[in-house]
Design a binder for this molecule. Sequence first.
Ligand SMILES: CC(C)(COP(=O)(O)OP(=O)(O)OC[C@H]1O[C@@H](n2cnc3c(N)ncnc32)[C@H](O)[C@@H]1OP(=O)(O)O)[C@@H](O)C(=O)NCCC(=O)NCCS
Length: 183
Amino acid sequence: MSSSPDPITIRLCTQADAPAFRELRLEALRSHPEAFSADYAIHEQHPPAFWSERLRQNINSVQQAIFFAVADGALIGMSGVRRGESPKTRHGALIWGVYVRPGWRGHRLSERLLDVCVNWARDHEVRLVKLAVVTTNIAAIRSYARSGFTVYGVEPQAIKLGERSYDELLMVKHLASESQKAS
Ligand SMILES: CC(C)(COP(=O)(O)OP(=O)(O)OC[C@H]1O[C@@H](n2cnc3c(N)ncnc32)[C@H](O)[C@@H]1OP(=O)(O)O)[C@@H](O)C(=O)NCCC(=O)NCCS
């Protein structure tokens, strides 16, 4: 018996994604303001060129990448990975912007979006990947733990929304082997 094909593709961004990227990212920032440090009101003002340029910087780059989950040609999720710029920080990368549209949640899509970022980092000889998640975001924390991320600290009041502040869990996944870490 043949299984049905996976309707979801995870792929790198292209320049043609700019309008859909804008829509997806603004939806994320508007719906979950406590989950992201980027601000909806500021991003909503950015012209189309901002979104095109953002993607351009992430295409064929050894510095950063953006991945999209795609179903029936529509963007249904995203993740980004960016490594340090200095020769002293290039061994580390940060995952940002993880988002899955509400109708697609609960299918472990975030794990696939994390995996492609981690694989990208590994391919670029990054040794450890970090991310930050507000302590109240249980769905995300559980997903990241399943992907092998562990907590190494807490950033107090990382996000402030009106009078309410949110601490962030700092999580890491080590990619280097024990022998590399020792060198
Ligand atoms: C966090 C997020 C990326 C997880 O994506 P996902 O692909 O749904 O992840 P999973 O399928 O692994 O589900 C994670 C948890 O979500 C919960 N979940 C399941 N279905 C859900 C649904 N329809 N709606 C909301 N949460 C759901 C489950 O509790 C699951 O946890 P558990 O199986 O360990 O109990 C997604 O919920 C999201 O985009 N949230 C809003 C933005 C955000 O918080 N991003 C992270 C910033 S650090």
